[in-house]
Design a protein around this ligand. Structure first.
Ligand code: MSP
Length: 691
């Protein structure tokens, strides 16, 4: 049985999943589902990269041990993948013992070849990349060429080196003998010229921090995080020579973003050549998503598209569809919410949704809600035969495209069938045939062929939109499990059983009208990323400016006096913002003056005339709820808030804002604009102290 083993990169746990991570993972999931459907022995691996200075620093910024940070963030990745219907077979964490064993094994194999030696390393290091750069590659001001604004730091440390230079020629030879090793071709050429420019030995251990896997027999050193991370693809299969390893190694495809091409296409193969293990089949490199022209970055909330939220609001399959349809896998793309909605309306609601609902309607009305029998004497001619040919060619073409890592082209092929299906219903006019009892056979054939075309399209869509495909297959009377196998072109027209019940017509993808579109854009786009509108009234502005998140605040009270110190940044740009009352660090006692508690929203309402403010009633465990005015109306609808638990500052001096008394403040994230509310990560009773 052919084998297909595919991986995503393992994601760093210093960040939560965003659109970029979702993209790679959805694409890999689609390819894995397709290969399962064509009967390949398939394995799909994803996971998290948990070691290294970057993670250690992120944890210490949050006052956490690196392991605790990893434990928290890994759950975000896991739950996001569940939410997005990602069907990975395994999830590897680099902190697992099974991983460490294989990293050590690989290290020892490389050492046994004489490829690991100890020396001193000095150079410019970018922590964000976890990589050294020659001075010539740094930008002016010694800035990292990738993270343009962060300066590289000079490190000097004893280190183990990997004799990578030894593999320059063998690697070039491998490229020459395996034209599909790095795809698409542009990336292949880029890597080949990099290798030809000369491979230097690689520093592969660190002594300046502890968070990593120790070098075997030398605990002073931890193994360089990339050597550690790349090994995940093998360690997830258990010991070299073990059952899974024998079954799935070498991997068929590493699907990666272009940012990490060099690590996968140079370092990793050199490591494997040294360890005398087979090299991956293909390193498929996809392009880079920007969001409305901007690079996705932590400092730009507007670029932090949350795939979970999109899936909640317009359906997980619409998100999967859009990402794979919009941009061919190897190219860069720009994400714009308007395009997502545009494709949703035109292609899902209109083309696919209409086809399904029309076919179900005619089956419900004219063939008793059942799949009609095939009429072989009619099937081979005219429009019926034309649609059958279109379906067979779509099946072959889509499969070819998916094998070639081109889901967007596969969708084009599937859409040819979907559109042709709509034309077919128009042309064969089952409603007209139904008026003439003498044309009963023609009616049967027309309804049946339409249902078969939908069934066929849904089976091809299953790798991309598993949930909707399953639903559609059931609606048209297909057998259970139909979504699990790829259709055979020659069987078109004979897949459905005559007499099988067809579901009632329904709208699978309700059209997003202008009003809903405006509401969605309002919800998705953080207020500070929208075009500037009329200036807010003074008291509202003050409420929004004070304190970092500005959520429930006295405006006209003098907050500087006795109020806790707050981040000056949040007030940036607001003319009437109070001056930051304290520079320097906050003492423990100062922090202790804040009475922070868990509160639950029991009521939320707009304040007439104040477009940025909401009036909230909060249960804080006191006999009466507290009323606060919160500057969150641009980020949250009142209906989204009731029942939500937030962190509440109970001893803030009360104040009257827009005629409404505010008796405290809720905490939220965001600088000028609120982008998220505070929360506790488990169900804690209201009134519980937060410290
Ligand atoms: N931990 C390393 C990978 C180790 S693999 C042995 C790492 N992690 S990461 O969290 O930064 O993830 C990088 C990957 O996430 C990219 O290669 C890509 O797959 C995906 N993407 C992150 N941002 C992206 C975009 N803006 N656009 C497309 N994909 C993006 O690097």
């Amino acid at each position: 049985m052919p084998r297909f083993y595919i991986s995503t990169p393992i994601y760093y746990v210093n960040d939560v999943p965003h659109l970029g991570h979702a993209y790679t993972t959805i694409a890999a999931d689609t390819l894995a589902r397709f290969h399962r459907a064509i009967g390949d022995d398939t394995r799909f691996l994803t996971g998290t990269d948990e070691h290294g200075l970057k993670v250690e620093q992120a944890a210490s910024e949050r006052g956490l041990e690196p392991r605790a940070l990893a434990d928290q963030v890994v759950e975000r990745f896991r739950s996001t993948w569940t939410h997005l219907d990602i069907g990975n077979d395994d999830f590897i964490r680099t902190t697992e013992p099974r991983h460490k064993e294989v990293v050590h094994d690989l290290w020892r194999r490389m050492a046994a070849r004489g490829d690991i030696y100890k020396d001193k390393y000095e150079g410019w290091y970018c922590v964000k990349c976890e990589a050294y750069y020659p001075e010539s590659e740094l930008l002016e001001g010694r800035l990292c060429p990738i993270h343009k604004s962060s300066p590289a730091t000079w490190l000097s440390e004893p280190t183990y080196f990997f004799r990578m230079s030894r593999y320059q020629e063998p690697l070039l030879e491998h490229f020459a003998n395996n034209p599909g090793f790095v795809q698409p071709e542009g990336y292949r050429n880029e890597v080949i010229s990099f290798i030809k420019s000369g491979l230097r030995d690689l520093s592969v251990s660190r002594t300046t921090f502890r968070w990593g896997i120790p070098v075997p027999d030398d605990e002073e050193h931890v193994i360089y995080v990339w050597i550690d991370a790349l090994t995940n693809y093998m360690s997830a299969l258990g010991a070299v020579g073990g059952e899974l390893h024998r079954r799935y190694w070498p991997i068929t495809c590493h699907l990666i973003g272009k940012d990490i091409l060099r690590f996968h296409a140079v370092y990793w193969p050199c490591m494997l050549l040294s360890a005398q293990l087979p090299l991956p089949g293909t390193i498929y490199t996809h392009g880079w998503w920007t969001v409305r022209g901007e690079k996705i970055s932590k400092s730009m909330p507007a670029t932090r598209v949350d795939p979970n939220q999109l899936a909640d609001d317009i359906g997980v399959d619409a998100v999967r569809y859009y990402l794979l349809r919009e941009v061919p896998l190897g190219l860069d793309g720009d994400f714009a919410y308007e395009n997502l909605i545009g494709r949703y309306n035109a292609e899902l609601a209109h083309d696919l949704g209409n086809l399904v609902s029309r076919a179900l309607t005619v089956a419900g009305k004219f063939t008793g809600g059942k799949v009609p029998p095939a009429r072989p004497e009619l099937a081979g001619a005219g429009r019926h035969a034309e649609l059958a040919r279109e379906a067979a060619s779509a099946v072959t073409d889509a499969a070819e495209q998916l094998r070639a890592y081109a889901p967007s082209r596969a969708l084009e092929a599937i859409w040819r069938l979907v559109r042709e299906g709509n034309r077919y219903i128009n042309d064969t006019q089952p409603w007209a045939l139904a008026r003439d009892p003498a044309r009963r056979d023609e009616l049967d054939q027309s309804v049946r062929t339409a249902l078969e075309a939908i069934h066929c399209a849904a089976r091809m869509l299953a790798p991309i939109m598993p949930r909707s495909a399953g639903q559609i297959i059931e609606l048209v009377g297909g057998a259970r499990g139909g979504a699990d196998s790829w259709p055979a072109p020659e069987r078109f027209g004979q897949e459905l059983e005559a007499g099988a019940a067809v579901g009632e017509s329904r709208i699978l993808f309700p059209r997003i009208d202008e009003e809903r579109q405006a509401a969605l854009l309002d919800k998705w786009i953080p207020p500070d990323a929208r075009p500037a509108d009329a200036p807010a009234p003074a008291d509202e502005k003050a409420a929004l400016a004070r304190g970092t998140p500005a959520t429930g605040a006295p405006a006209k009270a003098a907050p500087a006096k006795g109020a806790p110190p707050r981040a000056a940044k949040g007030a940036k740009g607001a003319a009437d913002a109070p001056a930051s009352p304290a520079a320097g660090p906050v003492t423990f006692d100062e922090f202790g003056r804040m009475d922070l508690r868990v509160a639950q929203v029991v009521e939320a309402a707009a304040i007439p005339g104040a477009k940025k403010l909401l009036r909230l009633l909060l249960d804080v465990g006191e006999p009466e709820p507290r009323q606060v005015v919160a500057g969150i109306a641009e980020a949250y609808q009142p209906g989204d808030l009731v029942g939500r638990k937030v962190i509440f500052l109970a001893n803030l001096a009360p104040a009257v804002i827009r005629g409404v008394e505010s008796q405290g403040m809720i905490l939220a994230a965001g600088e000028k604009a609120v982008v998220g509310l505070s929360a506790v990560d488990r169900d804690v009773p209201v009134g519980t102290k937060v410290r």
